[in-house]
Design a protein around this ligand. Structure first.
Ligand SMILES: *Cc1c(COP(=O)(O)O)cnc(C)c1O
Length: 394
């Protein structure tokens, strides 16, 4: 099997699995308990907090462990909105191609009386700092923009946007779930006030993540209960999962340069090979994208059929995000960068992992070429395109 769906989730690293299972056996106490067995777990927890903080240039007290990226997104946005409302500011700026954890939270806030401006994304999949500057108003309380897009992999000019937000005294939240552990992220350099990350996107376990909140930002609780996480996130901590996340992140940070160089080389080979397929196009900027992300649209085919046939060839890929697959709506991300419905339906995302070899890349290219040609052979849309009854877009 060739696993090329790392944007959906990643395989846990051996070190993370080892950390997790060892702690499950040995340090399963409750960190809130006062006896030594509990306090051992507390030490593990606080060491993990320090390790995670160090990777993103934060202080340990600025890290709050959560159940993952979605929870961190929800809490960050709700907290900034609550702070804004207190000061009479109820306007939020974001983009049309955010993850649903962000977009659906913003929808809720709109129903609660907030006004949301969703910026259009340029066809290269990048939002410009000028767009953000122009959208900020007197009553703006939050700008929330993702570091790297989960479908098309494009990397946003986060430090520049952060600078604008800092100058205009607006809180800046970044969904960095696809970036942390893959490209350098530093909350000081990038002027980030709130940041979300998720362990299972960087070879850690599922169901664990963290929220970074700059010191002095008062968080709103999503979950009420005990005093865990300095009273901001109740519930007995998932110590083995959190420690495994920290281990995975330490590893990812240590190997980042080497991994990114290999992935970028493999990604560019894949892009060059898939570009040979007629009436197809790369989605998103070719350079400003995650090292492991490739996303194409091919005219005259259905992404879902393409996936199933690739699965038969032992290749795990995706079309659009996991959250939208299973529904007939094309990806909101592809629509946001201006792809029309017909074209957006024929999308393929390959998010490759560090272990991939050149031989596997060649096999993927050959397989996609075969499957696209096969599917076009009996596609009514392709027949119309070839007969000139419909115009090619790509
Ligand atoms: C995966 C993902 C999330 C959600 O993270 P979970 O840990 O699965 O809740 C949020 N944002 C982005 C950009 C993602 O890729």
């Amino acid at each position: 099997m060739i696993y090329a769906d790392n944007a959906a989730t990643t395989r846990m690293s051996d070190a993370a699995i080892h950390t997790m299972t060892a702690l499950m056996k040995e340090s399963w106490g409750n960190p809130s308990s006062l006896y030594a067995h509990g306090q051992n777990a507390r030490e593990v927890l606080e060491k993990a907090r320090g390790d995670v903080a160090a990777v993103i240039g934060a202080q340990p007290v600025e890290i709050y462990f959560t159940s993952g990226g979605s929870e961190a997104d929800n809490q960050a946005i709700r907290s900034a909105a609550a702070i804004g409302a207190k000061n009479g500011k109820r306007h939020i700026v974001s983009t049309a191609f955010e993850h649903h954890a962000v977009l659906h939270t913003l929808n809720r806030l709109e129903k609660e009386g907030f006004e949301v401006t969703l910026l259009d994304v340029h066809e290269n999949g990048i939002v410009t700092p000028d767009q953000v500057a122009a959208a900020i108003r007197e009553d703006t309380c939050l700008v929330t923009i993702m570091y790297a897009n989960n479908e098309i992999g494009t990397i946003q000019p986060i430090p520049e946007i952060g600078e604008i937000c800092r100058k205009k005294k607006v809180l800046f939240h970044v969904d960095a779930v696809q970036a942390v552990g893959h490209i350098p992220v530093d909350v000081e350099r990038d002027r980030i006030d709130l940041l979300s990350a998720s362990a299972h996107k960087f070879h850690g376990p599922k169901g664990v993540g963290f929220l970074y909140a700059r010191k002095g930002i008062r968080l709103t609780n999503l979950i009420e209960g005990g005093a865990q996480e300095r009273g901001k996130r109740a519930g007995t901590e998932n110590v083995p999962g959190i420690a495994a996340m920290a281990e995975a992140l330490r590893e990812a940070a240590a190997d980042m340069t080497e991994n990114a160089a290999h992935l970028t080389a493999m990604r560019d080979l894949l892009i060059a090979g898939l570009k040979e397929i007629p009436h197809g196009a790369l989605n998103g900027d070719a350079g400003h994208r995650l090292p492991g992300n490739v996303n194409f649209c091919f005219e005259g085919i259905e992404g879902e059929s393409l996936l199933l046939l690739l699965d038969d060839k032992g290749i795990c890929a995706s079309s659009g995000s996991a959250c939208t697959s299973g529904s007939l709506d094309p990806s909101h991300v592809l629509l946001a960068i201006g792809r029309v419905h017909d074209v957006a339906h024929g999308s393929l995302r390959l998010s490759i992992g560090e272990e991939i070899t050149e031989k596997e890349v060649e096999y993927i290219i050959q397989s996609v070429k075969e499957v696209v040609e096969y599917l076009r052979g009996f596609s009514p849309i392709w027949r119309d395109l070839m007969a000139g009854k419909k115009e090619f877009i790509l």
